[in-house]
Ligand binder design. Structure first.
Ligand code: WQD
Length: 347
């Protein structure tokens, strides 16, 4: 059974991807320093799949500890690399922390790929590499524009490093997956997103406002040139994102890749405004959200959504969850977190 190493396996997308890999017959190990996650996700993975996953609590910036994982696991046939910091606003305030963590970590990992001849590598990239696109929907050939944040710059650099490294290393094939806006949670409500501190992303802000963790929320601007004035995004269920990673690994393993470094957009292809997302949540949850229209947020892209034809035709990717499912599972997960917090408080 082929073994996949997932970095950031205790995180939001990493944990959902491990579930999907296990359900598709792969064996998995995780490398996650738990600086932005907890091993709690591993319990959920075991409850869903019945399988225990070993996590190496290793910081990829520590080369020796990273290398030791490969020495202990000589049968790794592929890597899916999620481990990176991803808060846009924080990256503007602490750029060096982002460049050091996201780039050094990747470079150490790639040194091990070379030393241990790992043949397949999937990289967690982001639609943020497109910046503010001139035309939408964006395809994989859309121009890469100046990153709006150091976080976005680390994704652009990561892609460039992988393209150069793949060209230099004959035995390696890579895939770059550009996520749009991953949201929602596994239908079991046994795994989901656990934001560190106050969330920045729209859907966890919505669910924390609805449950009362946040007193209110702001819509960052409604004076944009869009159908209702608020920004347009392509929200995609985390389980659809997760399955695309399994398909990417299978695609590489079966040598179907057209080039040695293929790129795929992972979005639904539907643009949804902030206000439409809020109204869908209110309809699904029955909760009236306490929100106000506030000023625009620096660095926000006005409108972006994906042309996902390549992922659909080449990877055989099928979108299974709609916006209603995204809001429903996100809300169920938020209520589960609240339940768990209350149980801990009462014990
Ligand atoms: C979406 C829209 C906000 C919060 C970032 C990264 C991207 C990916 C997802 C990793 C924007 C508006 C938000 C709030 C609001 N990260 N909003 N009030 O910025 O599109 O993408 O996170 O995979 O790479 O760039 O996501 O959810 O922060 O914002 O009005 O309280 O919601 O202004 O228009 P974003 P987001």
């Amino acid at each position: 059974m082929s073994k996949i190493l997932v970095t950031g396996g205790c995180g939001f997308i990493g944990s959902h991807t491990i579930v999907d890999l296990l359900e598709n017959g792969f064996s998995v190990i995780s490398v996650d320093d738990n600086s932005r996650s907890t091993s709690y996700a591993l319990n959920g993975i075991e409850q869903i799949t019945g399988k225990k996953v070993k996590n190496y609590t290793v910081d990829l910036k520590n080369f020796d500890e990273t290398r030791a994982v490969f020495q202990e696991n000589p049968d790794i046939s592929g890597i899916i690399h999620f481990a990176a910091y991803k808060a846009v606003g924080e990256s503007v305030e602490e750029p060096i922390r982002y460049y050091e963590n996201n780039i050094f970590g990747l470079i150490n990992l790639l040194k091990c790929v070379q030393e241990f001849n790992i043949p397949n590598f999937v990289f967690s990239s982001s639609c943020t590499v497109y910046g503010n696109p001139d035309t939408i929907p964006v395809t994989e050939a859309s121009p890469i524009k100046k990153a709006e944040s150091p976080y976005g710059a680390t994704k652009q650099m990561g892609e460039q490093i992988l393209q150069d490294f793949t060209r230099a290393l004959a035995g390696l094939s890579t895939i770059l997956l550009r996520y749009f806006n991953p949201v929602g949670a596994h239908p079991s409500t046994l795994i989901g997103e656990i934001p560190v501190g106050r969330p920045q992303n729209l859907v966890p802000v919505i669910t924390q406002t609805a449950i009362g963790k946040l007193p209110k929320m702001w819509v960052h601007g409604n004076d944009y040139d869009t159908r209702d004035g608020s920004c347009v995004r392509d929200y995609i269920h985390v389980c659809d994102i997760a399955h695309a990673h399994t398909l990417a690994i299978q695609y590489l393993a079966s040598k179907k890749n057209k080039t040695r470094c293929d790129i795929f957009n992972l979005g639904t292809g539907d643009g949804v405004t902030v206000l439409e997302a809020i109204h869908m949540f209110e309809e699904v949850s029955g909760v009236k959200l306490n929100y106000e229209i506030g000023p625009r947020r620096a660095g926000d892209v006005i409108a972006i959504y994906a042309n996902n034809n390549l992922a659909v035709t080449e990877l055989g990717w099928k979108i299974r969850y709609n916006l209603r499912d995204m809001m429903q599972t996100a809300w169920a997960w938020e209520r589960k977190i609240r339940e768990t917090e209350e149980q801990v408080k009462n014990n």
